[in-house]
Design a protein around this ligand. Structure first.
Ligand code: GLU
Length: 485
């Protein structure tokens, strides 16, 4: 039997981290077993639809490499893969369930239901539909239907007994039938609810393993009653632990918690995000933490899925992102970093391989790049206090002396290469009988204007080029002269 899993998001906005994890696990499980991964868009809650949300889902899955074998925009033998295009199918099965006694037409008005709700609340009970319409005579039902009275179709849950199934993560789940209620399967607008649509589609699409969030764990017995009524095989279930913001609060779309796109915008790399979320609720058997997608497929195993909530740890993700940044080749780094360079400098003016060597090793998120290189584009205003360095015995006064010595040496350099700069500065240090730092530290401040730079004075001078280096140095000497009188 071929394994078939599906990711079934509702198009209500950006793909949130928990949703992407569900997609990832469904993908990994299918691929691990040589099976198919299917995308289905669950858009039957018409009020929650968001424009373009499906396109965001397609794009995110493609960007992250979670390639689906069947889906709305790629087709497949079990389409359509968008629920709003399957309305007739749901109606047909809702009617079949009515014929089999597992569902019934309900014509109750809002007013009646409102009254019922008030009664339940007055008794301190949770609202539960009272099966009023289950006892309507068939002729009455037909009369109402012929007269066009609005209706819904409700599931007819047995009032006694219990329903049990075995989840691959959480084990046996048993729910007394009296705890369930006769939920609506087909709404008055003709759209199915999730309760009906997930069952019909998972069956018709040949889904063998349903992988989804824990919020469906305890309602699954209700869905299983529908499978039973239709004489269909119940799929295997893999419910996933929640992803929490902290010990108390769940990450949730409605609270505006982080989506995949948010993290991309914050400078995280797609494979790093995917790698991190793979470990949110699943532990590999060994100690390996950095996984490529093919390695994840290989390592993934349902027995490693945890029952307890996973806490989203941004620090860990940030660390992992740094690892991914460092693993990029020079060429990959430059093209990934380019939009961030462009925010602060004109990249054409700089030696990008050198810049890469200087910033790639300690970078954690791409959005830190502009801040790190901005001084190259424009010398910031700075105070001469910056020249004070106790350990190196540098003061603004000593800086001025040594910078004045450095200026003509740099000006007269015939070639402004890294080696030439290095040799010239080392020569000067010797001639002045000072320590390297006593020249290089003030020089770095004088041409960068910032306390912390990627790389030292020589590299920065080389990156800036002769003209810019001399012009900055001159201004800094002027500043020191002015402030020291
Ligand atoms: N549309 C549901 C959701 O987004 C899918 C649940 C499922 O995977 O069955 O939560």
């Amino acid at each position: 039997m071929e394994v078939r899993t599906r990711f079934a998001p509702s198009p209500t906005g950006y793909l949130h981290i928990g949703g992407l994890r569900t997609a990832l696990y469904a993908f990994l499980f299918a691929k691990k077993h040589g099976g198919k991964f299917i995308l289905r868009i669950e858009d039957t809650d018409r009020e929650r639809l968001v424009n373009q949300a499906s396109e965001i889902i397609y794009r995110t899955l493609k960007d992250t490499g979670l390639v689906y074998d069947e889906g709305p925009d790629v087709g497949g033998p079990y389409g359509p893969y968008i629920q709003s295009e399957r309305k007739d199918i749901y109606r047909e099965y809702a009617q079949e369930l009515v014929r089999r006694g597992a569902a019934y037409y309900c014509f109750c008005t809002k007013e009646r239901l409102g009254g019922l709700r008030t009664q339940c609340e007055a008794k301190g009970k949770q609202f539960k539909y009272d099966k009023h319409c289950l006892s309507l005579a068939p002729e009455e039902v037909q009369k109402n239907l012929d007269a066009g009275v609005p209706y819904v179709i409700r599931q007819n849950i047995p009032t006694e007994g219990e329903t049990t199934y075995s989840d691959m993560v959480y084990g046996d789940i048993t729910v007394p039938n009296s705890d369930m209620e006769d939920n609506i399967l087909l709404k008055s607008d003709g759209y199915p609810t999730y309760n009906l649509a997930n069952v019909v589609d998972d069956h018709l699409m040949g889904i063998t393993h349903v992988i989804r969030g824990i919020e469906y764990l305890s309602s699954t017995p209700k869905y299983n009653l529908l499978y039973k009524a239709l004489e269909w095989d119940v799929p295997q279930y893999i419910h996933l632990p929640p992803v929490m913001r902290d010990k108390h609060a769940k990450l949730s779309k409605r609270h505006g918690d982080a989506s995949y796109e948010d993290f991309i915008a914050k400078g995280f790399l797609s494979p790093a995000i995917l790698n991190y979320i793979a470990l949110l609720g699943w532990s590999p058997s060994g100690n390996q933490e950095i996984f490529t997608l093919p390695e994840l497929i290989d390592a993934f195993d349902v027995s490693g899925i945890s029952k307890s909530p996973a806490i989203f740890d941004v620090e860990k993700l940030t660390w992992m992102n740094g690892e991914y940044i460092r693993a990029l080749s020079e060429e990959e780094f430059i093209s990934t970093a380019m939009p961030y360079f462009e925010q602060a400098i004109d990249p054409d003016k700089f030696d990008l391989p050198l810049l890469t060597r200087l910033i790639q090793p300690r970078l954690e998120v791409l959005t830190d790049i502009p801040g790190k290189v901005a001084f190259l584009g424009k010398m910031p205003d700075y105070g001469i206090d910056l020249y004070n360095h106790k350990k190196m015995k540098v003061t603004p006064e000593s800086a001025l002396v040594n910078l004045k010595e450095a200026y003509p040496v740099l000006r007269d350099l015939p070639e402004f290469s890294e080696t030439a700069l290095h040799d010239a500065m080392m020569g000067l240090v010797q001639r002045l009988g000072i320590k390297n730092g006593q020249l290089l530290y003030p020089l770095r401040v004088a041409i960068s204007g910032v306390a912390v730079t990627p790389g030292g004075a020589i590299e920065i001078a080389y990156l800036l080029g002769k003209h810019e280096t001399l012009s900055r140095l001159e201004k800094s000497i002027e500043l020191l002269k002015k402030q020291l009188v």
